[in-house]
Design a protein around this ligand. Sequence first.
Ligand code: ZN
Length: 232
Amino acid sequence: MSGLGNPDENLDREWAERLAPDRRGLIRAGAGLVAAGLAGAAGQAFAAETKPLSASAMALRTKTSPWGYETDKEPTPRPHSFRPGEEAGLPGRPRAYTDIESYHAHIYFDEDSYQKAVLIRKWAAERFLVELGNWNLEPRGPHVTPSFYFGFGTELQPIILPWLQLNSLGLTILIHPNTDDPRADHLHYSLWVNRAQPVNAYGMKKADLAAGEPAVEQIYPNTRPSVPIEKS
Ligand code: ZN
């Protein structure tokens, strides 16, 4: 060592420089790294635990947990895979892109951005022959925030994809294909314009063919486009 005094002090100083500025004071005030650690989050938690419980906290402790008292002993299960193909190992060959029969674009908005959604909806309906759904002001299906959607055939994909990229007005848009695997359509085959957000599609099931459901969700266009699509 190069004569800089107590080696422990040097070590403390070195660590103090590495740590956040607000923790340096604690380390200087403390008697070394161990004391500094205790004075931090762990020390506060310890102090909170040793405080006498308030009346309301005491009351909670006398209630019975609805989960019972053995949850800490439950073994950790391996969940079923939700990634397509992984249930049977890696797929032997790529999936045919022609399995995509159509697309949905789900436009998400909230109480501050709904006017942008109104404009995108109006513009899209004026220009494209699509299946335009109604307004969802509450979470609906796998969609966890207010939204509306329009569905379109694969022939419109080369136009609508770039159109939505340039006309999202900053809203989050989920574009998912429709194949015979709705869960994968929403979770693994999806495209996003702007930020992604949670989609609660983990429980989605394939169509019940025996009950007469079509294998792939169908699109029934219902708009009357009247405005030519802008081109540069
Ligand atoms: Zn959809």
